[in-house]
Design a protein around this ligand. Structure first.
Ligand SMILES: [Fe+2]
Length: 591
């Protein structure tokens, strides 16, 4: 039985395909269309899923959309009515989109795939989130927490999963939204909403959470863990272009000018920011104020999530927790939930945001609707497209790119290790690309984490990103607890997907300066031989040569671009950056 899950039209569009309950393929549309956060109908991702399964659309038993468009429209109309006349512009602008495509998704699926209407099903947005975590977790029974910006009406839900069924016990509705609260601060701090949330999280450790009391004026948490926003501080419920109100500005001061470089005295000031201005120190101080605000919203978000999880633990008495929804990607908060909420173990899958809804919707149909037993656990993220050796060598030859083909894996690993030890930055392209926003060793840029200057080198050669954003480490699973504070949870699945932030052990912070954040933490990825044999082999070889089985791993893309998909994308990125070495399968290209 083949079930295709589809998510699109809001955040990242994606498709996922199950065969008899086993995931065959899952990918976000942006990887194929090359449009970052592409939310359009995921035509190319669907095509890929069908090809990977070697089937045609007519072979699909069901196609399931990850949310209910009419219910979403219902929410939109209700909030427009409540906030009229401020909301007239939202009404006008959103109606265009709704009338053009959103409401007609069933017809679009029918015509794009040539399938009958009876095969098309709809799931609820937060149920898709919940299913995307629980139904591919290793747990037969677990509490579930979903938190995002907004689905149809829900912005958060608590519940319980048992075997194939999911029951929500508590739900929070729009406009009270933790995701939108965080996004309002993302916009206030000068970053793009749905893109800059990671930047707020990275900025936070450079500040002091001195404004938490002010943030608590905006949001209130009740004894049962639920929360509500004071809507006087926000505009997102009636405006398409403003997240926060005048009253918000009266409380926090003027917003940080959009997309201006952020730096303080402790972040450093990279060359690609240009010459330091004469008032550099005054700018640093101004930015410290914004870092304090970032620290404050991050702290309150964590406290709210820990509060919700703690209540859920108390109410259910369960030991395991599944988390999904965009807020589930806040890896700092996840680390605290694990430590402070009372749960022994968490499960989060790598595409915790809306793209993951495609997977969740398909799992929900197979297990919860059709009642089929569970047999699939997501233990790796490599569900995307692969381009094999023949295709790679043909591309390199056609473009006259000189390369060396390693005779065997040993030679490949030795040469790459040599490059890394010489301080070179290596593009590492292997196998199927990752599901979700993180590169986990198949589409990665790698470097030696031991050099204090490596962070700046990777930034100034390739990433050109803000100096305060940390790089993450990949570590052999067996060695993880040696370097990081992982008392008893080194085997947890979120670590495979870089979804916990945890302290670097004090004695190793000096050994690993390039991946240790300013507060001594790191967003760790544990690597297992079974799921990632080649990447594991490389880190192991690097460990044998240096005594440290850890690599700096960042996503293989240039700033603002989606992660590379094809050998052509990888070569183009290599040639447009100052990366020293590119490895495509067994082929090495050196500058
Ligand atoms: Fe969502």
């Amino acid at each position: 039985m083949h079930i295709l899950g589809v998510s699109c039209y809001y955040h990242d569009a994606a498709a996922a395909l199950l065969r008899d309950g086993q995931l065959v393929a899952a990918a976000e549309e942006e990887r194929f269309s090359r449009v970052k956060h592409d939310f359009d109908f995921p035509k190319l991702a669907i095509q890929f899923c069908l090809q990977q399964a070697r089937i045609e659309a007519k072979d699909l038993d069901y196609v399931v959309f990850y949310e209910r468009p009419f219910r979403k429209l219902d929410r939109l109309l209700a909030s427009i009515l409540q906030t009229y006349p401020q909301s007239w512009k939202v009404f006008r602008e959103s109606m265009i989109g709704w009338m053009l495509d959103k409401l007609w998704i069933a017809s679009t699926l029918q015509s794009e795939l040539g399938i009958s209407r009876e095969k098309i099903l709809f799931s609820d947005h937060h149920l898709s989130h919940a299913a995307s975590a629980f139904l591919c977790s290793p747990f037969q029974e677990a509490a579930i927490l979903t938190v995002d910006g907004v689905g149809e009406w829900l912005t958060a839900a608590c519940g319980v999963g048992r075997d194939t069924q999911i029951q929500f016990t508590k739900q929070i509705e729009f406009p009270h939204s933790l995701g939108l609260l965080y996004s309002a601060f993302t916009a206030f701090l000068g970053f793009e909403v749905n893109e800059g949330e990671y930047k707020v999280m990275g900025m936070a450790p450079y500040g002091t959470p001195r404004y938490v009391d002010k943030v608590w004026k905006l949001v209130k948490q009740n004894d049962d863990g639920s929360f509500s926003l004071d809507m006087d501080y926000f505009c997102f419920h009636y405006s398409t272009d403003r997240m926060y109100s005048r009253k918000f500005i009266e409380l926090f001061g003027e917003p940080r000018p959009a997309e201006t470089p952020f730096f303080t005295e402790s972040t450093g000031y990279p060359k690609y920011f240009g010459q330091k201005a004469p008032d550099y120190l005054a700018q640093c101080r101004a930015n410290e104020h914004y870092a304090d605000i970032a620290a404050s919203i991050q702290r309150v978000t964590e406290d709210l999530l820990v509060g919700m999880a703690r209540n859920l633990h108390k109410e259910t008495g369960l030991k395991k927790l599944c988390i999904a929804g965009g807020v589930g990607l806040n890896s700092v908060a996840n680390g605290r939930i694990l430590r402070e909420s009372g749960f022994d173990e968490l499960f989060i899958q790598p595409a915790a945001g809306d793209s993951g809804g495609a997977l969740g919707a398909a799992l929900w149909v197979y297990h919860s609707v059709l009642g089929k037993p569970r047999s699939f656990v997501m233990d790796h993220a490599y569900w995307g497209e692969e381009h094999g050796a023949a295709e790679i060598s043909e591309y390199l030859r056609s473009e006259n790119i000189p390369y060396h083909e390693a005779a065997c894996t040993d030679e490949l690993l030795d040469r790459v290790t040599q490059n890394l030890m010489q301080g070179k930055v290596v593009g590492w392209y292997q196998g199927r690309f990752e599901w979700g926003p993180r590169a986990l060793g198949n589409r990665s840029i790698l470097a030696d984490p031991r050099g204090p200057e490596m962070k700046d080198i990777v930034n100034s050669k390739i990433k050109f990103r803000e100096p305060y954003r940390p790089f993450a480490p990949s570590v052999l699973a067996e060695a993880a607890a040696t370097y990081f504070e992982l008392d008893g949870f080194a085997h947890h699945y979120p670590l495979r997907y870089m979804l916990y932030v945890t302290p670097v052990k004090a004695e190793h912070q000096a050994t690993l300066p390039a991946i240790t954040h300013v507060d001594g933490s790191a967003r760790v990825q544990t690597v297992f031989r079974e799921q990632s044999p080649l990447y594991y082999g490389l880190i192991e070889r690097f460990g044998q040569a240096t005594g440290v089985p850890v690599l700096l791993n960042t996503s293989f893309n240039l700033r603002g671009e989606p992660i590379v998909t094809t050998p052509a994308n990888a070569c183009s990125t290599f040639l447009r950056s100052q990366m020293d070495c590119l490895v495509l399968g067994n082929f090495l290209i050196e500058k």
